[in-house]
Design a protein around this ligand. Structure first.
Ligand SMILES: *Cc1c(COP(=O)(O)O)cnc(C)c1O
Length: 411
């Protein structure tokens, strides 16, 4: 059955993905099952969207209840859930206003549009001259605006022309940012960055880098936009990953886990003085802020607060890091372990492609995701029990030991 379904998918679908050859049919909490009855521990969590576990009963209940009460209204009318969602989200995050969208890429587009308009209307940048600064190896989504920021040749090849006035700098190099400011500060409206680059392979910036970027943005009247779509909502043990660096961005993009991972809900957060450049008719989305999206997001945020995720994720994250470091220390195939909270990458040396590791782990019942040739990503459910977390890590450690033995036998 799996083969037939996979063939059908490739026959009738665009080939924009190349998934592993399993067909998932069921999920619960940190687990998924394929159509052959195999059970997997999921350390991918839909790229950290399914932060509250699969088929979380409270989210499903909120979804079901709202879907049969009031579904989608469009923003031509008010609905009784959007104001509650906006109040909860802004109170929790400390921003004055939120603009709801659906996918993460749309939140990024929204932030870029707000920054450009703020640049012209508030900073008085001449018309069509606003510049955006971003950092190499970023991932901000797949729309044309988002891929205009990308430094990955595959993301851009054939899709041009791209947005003009984009400046891409090495992530972590404050000197180059200063050099660009010396030339162009008066024309730059926004700087966008991920506090930890997720798709790039869990790249943590050098200590102090975010703080320096923040200071330079303030000095030069430039909006600092932090993309927390993957890192936000307690993934790294704090509400926002940038709080580890004690910075206060002007705009934050959230998505993925905001809809509990089961419904596309994203948002841009900012203060009144910035959001007020957007007036009726400037920007919108048919589904953005719909009652189903809002009800699910309200429940997701409530669960996050009630479960005291900040504390439990930090605790589990410390365990994960210490356990991996201790048990992988002697493995020469492991080059680096990096991350925060329940968001970690393991980079291997050139002899061991990440994809090989991912495929072996699948056979042992652990789902992970390779990113760039050399790194696997770990992002289990934030609600995973310590026992299941340890079970997953043990599978990983044992598998890497076995791979090492095979390598040694070969050489
Ligand atoms: C996933 C992701 C996006 C894009 O979100 P989509 O919902 O896939 O459009 C943007 N930025 C970051 C950092 C992401 O991880």
């Amino acid at each position: 059955m799996a083969i037939e379904l996979i063939e059908k998918e490739f026959k009738f679908g665009a080939k924009n993905y190349l998934p592993l050859p399993m067909v998932m049919v069921k999920a619960k909490g940190p687990h998924m099952w394929d159509d052959q009855g195999n059970k997997y521990l999921d350390f991918v969590s839909a790229y950290s969207a399914v932060s509250l576990g699969h088929c979380n009963p409270r989210l499903i209940k909120a979804f079901y209840h709202q879907a049969k009460t009031l579904d989608v209204t469009s923003r031509a009318f008010h609905n009784d859930k959007l104001p509650v969602f906006l109040e909860l989200l802004t109170h929790l995050t400390g921003f004055e206003k939120a603009l709801p969208m659906n996918s993460g890429a749309e939140a990024v587009e929204t932030a870029l549009k707000i920054a450009r308009k703020w640049g012209e209307k508030v900073k008085n940048i001449p018309k069509n001259k606003g510049m955006i600064v971003c950092f190499e190896n970023n991932f901000h989504g797949r729309t044309l605006g988002a891929v205009s920021l990308s430094s990955d040749p595959q993301y851009q090849d054939g899709f041009g022309p791209f947005l003009p006035n984009i400046c891409k700098l090495p992530f972590g190099d404050i000197r180059q940012f200063e050099a660009v400011l010396n030339q162009n500060a008066s024309h730059i409206c926004g700087v966008i960055l991920e506090p930890i680059q997720g798709e790039a392979g869990i790249i943590v910036p050098p200590k102090g880098f975010l703080k320096q970027v923040e200071a330079l943005c303030k000095q030069n009247n430039i909006l600092l936009i932090v993309d927390e779509i993957q890192t936000g909502l307690y993934r790294t043990g704090k509400l926002f990953c940038h709080q580890h660096d004690e910075i206060n961005p002007d705009m934050v993009c959230v998505g993925k886990a905001l809809g509990g991972g089961i419904y596309p809900v994203s948002a841009v957060l900012t203060q009144n003085s910035i959001m007020d450049v957007i007036t009726p008719g400037d920007h919108g989305s048919t589904f953005g802020g719909n009652p189903i999206a809002c009800s699910i997001a309200i429940e997701a945020l409530k669960i996050m607060v009630e479960k005291d995720l900040s504390k439990s994720v930090s605790h589990k994250g410390e365990f994960l890091e210490a356990y991996l470091r201790k048990n992988l220390k002697g493995n020469p195939l492991v080059k680096e372990i990096r991350g925060k909270g329940l968001f970690f990458g393991i980079e291997f040396t050139a002899e061991l492609p990440a994809k090989t590791v991912v495929k072996k782990l699948v056979k042992k019942g652990l789902l992970t995701k390779d990113t760039h040739e050399s790194t696997i990503r770990l992002a289990p459910s934030l609600l995973i029990s310590k026992k299941e977390l340890k079970r997953g890590l043990d599978i990983l450690i044992k598998t890497l030991d076995e791979i090492l033995n095979e390598h040694e036998n070969l050489s």
